[in-house]
Design a binder for this molecule. Structure first.
Ligand code: TMP
Ligand code: ASP
Length: 266
């Protein structure tokens, strides 16, 4: 197989040149980072599960009319996506107080917010992704007012849809992060949803027990991160075959241990 050209390596993903112009291959790694990469580790099988969860969520969002970069999943760790120009803003939606907003505003984790909050962070690792206002976005031209209108209205629809999707499987969508990109058609561009949606970039709490089913398990050294990510995939129906047996995601995630435990066939 010929070597593919690597376009970009991020903390949890690698982007390769795609098979056709205007496409990329998005590869999901098991690497996990937190606190602007000050903390580094791996979560075994995370890339396989996030690839599958993100495929599922992006597909369902496209069914409600959200334009996304997702084309199709290629294999356990890769998906084909449309190439786009990433808007340098992380869009965070918050339904319940947790994480950085608690520190910043002295809130108690778990406090419901009076209404959903949208926050914007400037995507710049060297600056630690600072919180910014729409004024900064307009002032420095990171996105136009029309683009911000599209981004904020899509973000609110995505939050409504995902809150319902997770509530149906007894998971509270506390907060999450989105990234958007621009695709160009001549002189015109439009905004599409890009990156990924997975337990890496969401806070997901079990509705009944409050148990954390997301990357906070890694950030806060709670342990059980592999099981938590698998539990999200399982509740979304992504781990079972029609016969109720373990499906391909679980198969892959468990591949190594099965290989160790199963004697070779004669
Ligand atoms: P925060 O409370 O740390 O600001 O995070 C809010 C949400 O955004 C949380 O679900 C995790 C997600 N997030 C990312 O996906 N990437 C990031 O770099 C940060 C800071 C947060
Ligand atoms: N992924 C980000 C980082 O490593 C932050 C986070 O998710 O906590 O820097």
């Amino acid at each position: 197989m010929s070597r593919r050209r690597q376009i970009y390596e991020g903390k949890a993903k690698i982007l390769y040149e795609g098979p056709e112009p205007g496409t990329l291959i998005q590869y999901f790694k098991d690497d996990a980072t937190a606190f602007n990469a000050q903390k580094k580790g791996t979560i075994n099988g995370k890339g396989v599960i996030n690839n599958r969860i993100s495929e599922h969520v992006f597909t369902r969002l496209s069914h409600i009319g959200i334009p996304t970069h997702f084309i199709r999943r290629l294999n356990m760790r890769e998906q084909l996506v449309r190439q786009c120009e990433i808007v340098p803003i992380e869009v965070v939606l918050r339904n319940v107080a947790a994480g950085s907003i608690c520190k910043r505003l002295g809130l108690e984790e778990g406090d419901p917010l009076p209404h959903t909050l949208i926050e914007y962070y400037y995507k710049d690792d060297a600056l630690g992704d600072p919180l910014i206002a729409e004024e900064h976005i307009a002032c420095f031209g990171w996105a136009s007012p029309e683009e911000m209108q599209d981004i904020s209205s899509m973000a609110i629809r995505i939050n409504d849809f995902m809150s319902g999707m997770f509530a149906a499987i007894d998971i509270r969508l506390v907060d999450f992060k989105l990234e958007f990109g621009r695709i160009w058609d001549g002189d015109f561009s439009r905004i599409i949803l890009a990156d990924e949606i997975s337990p890496d970039g969401c806070r997901l709490w079990d509705m009944k027990t409050g148990e954390k089913l997301d990357k906070d398990r890694f950030r806060r050294d709670l342990g059980g991160e592999e099981e938590a990510y698998q539990e999200v995939a399982r509740r979304l129906g992504l781990l079972e075959n029609a016969d109720g047996g373990p499906g391909e995601v679980l198969d892959m995630a468990n591949h190594r241990s099965r290989m160790r435990n199963t004697p070779p066939k004669k």
